[in-house]
Design a protein around this ligand. Sequence first.
Ligand code: NOJ
Length: 557
Amino acid sequence: MKKYWWQDAIIYQIYVRSFNDSNHDGIGDIPGIIEKLDYLKSLSINTLWISPHYDSPMDDNGYDIRDFFKVAEEYGTMEDFKKLIEVAHANDMKIVTDLVLNHTSDEHPWFLAAKDPSHPDHQKYHDYYIWHKGHTAEDGSRIRPTRWISWFGGSVWDFNEPTGEYYLHIFSKKMPDLNWRNQAMREELKAMVQWWIDLGIDGFRIDASNHLEKNWDFPDDSPGYQHFSSLPKHHEYLQELADELFIPNNLLILGEAGGASKEEALQYAGFDSNEFNMLIHFGHVWVDTDDSNQLTPGKWAKGEVKLTKIKEALSHWIDVFHEKGWNTLYWHNHDHPRVVSHYGNDDPKYHAASAKMLATLLYFLPGTPIIYQGEEIGMTNVDYQNLDDFKDVEVFTEYENFMNHGASHEVAMQALRDRARDNARSPMQWSSEPYAGFSDQAPWMPVVGNYPLINVANQDKDADSILSWYRMLMTLRKEEAIGFSYPSFYHLDKDDRFAYSLKAKHHTYYVVGNFTSYPIDFTPDVDITAMELYATNQPTIEGSLSPYETRVYRQKK
Ligand code: NOJ
């Protein structure tokens, strides 16, 4: 059944800056990760995905790389990183790092040379990026090459006086896009990747992988996403990386590529294709947008959560990869709201129940789980009252955008508290000590006010905590080989509960959860008379499921 080491991996994503601050400068670091490896082992974690740890001016918290071969000083040294690999490996844990290949920082030496005609290597590096002269209006003023909009809001084009040209950046203006048509550039990137492989890295998460190719005709559409997303040629680039680096080194490749069709998903991550091994697709992540909201549009418009859509997305991806590839299970990553606030309920009355219900319904499914730091204790969205408390580069362009759409400050702040990426980036809540035990110093962004209650130390010894529930689920996943067990789905059409059964290694399971804050009628979909009620997050009442109740029934095979 098992073909690859990563099929029974349990991955934990670490956002270094916010995980654990060992030297008390208010910023998480690599030695801070090493300190917590025992904690992670207690959760059955055997693979860490580490968000960018490279030298960076931190415009986008490290997704803007200045030096691929250096560890960010505030995170530690290369020695620290080597030690992390060594200690992790000694503990049978694998290390997967982020690989950001679509862009660099504008402070990367390549871009410094590219933008400066007097630089001795200007000619060579100019072509490593994407440039355009733009247009001239009748009155002689400059017009941007196209009206394409960046993922962070605002134009994708910024003007560079010394060359008299615009450069393209589909993220922040400090993140110029690389020109993947330039072979010398690709060779340099591949040598860099090989360098990290030689250091002992076990896999990579490929950032923004479906944006590597652009439409070089530069049609003037707006927002124009189709001209820099999922263009056919990006598969050639990924295949080149796979053939030369990923496959020969038996790496785990997690590819980030939203919006893929079934065919394309198999091209990325089918067993016969192997550009990646697993796809991060976001199918279930934004199922509650309200298209009628014009004040804070797009992902920022919070609407009703449609459970049907979550179920459809989860079952869709399971079907796509069934026997043809391998599924990935995650509620969210560092770019999304906290799942307990987003799809559960962070009111203290429902917090623990809904966090456990969400975990149960996801982690009985097939594939490899990726737990995002803090999810295992039910960390919530932020409670920030000041715009300054937010740190994400995206927040500030979007706040301006909301104002231009006529939103009030309060409406804009609420949209940020509901949807901003910073929700997932507040410091990890380790204890009820000041600053949540993350650091002795005020952290780089404020801790969430509920940390005296929601923290690892409180939950560690409490057999009834969310953390204990996660530990139980992960232990069971291993013992029962749940990653390889395909469920039958029920109630795809009903918007209150999610239920399915599966045949695992030793038992048959029936799993059900109420996604609402009210009790619902409950008639089991399978005959449970011979089944044991193996786990539940609250006292059971016959014929009904309490708010956010989940139950796991099982029977020996
Ligand atoms: C996707 C990453 O997850 C996100 O955090 C980042 O801002 C963009 N790619 C750009 O690198």
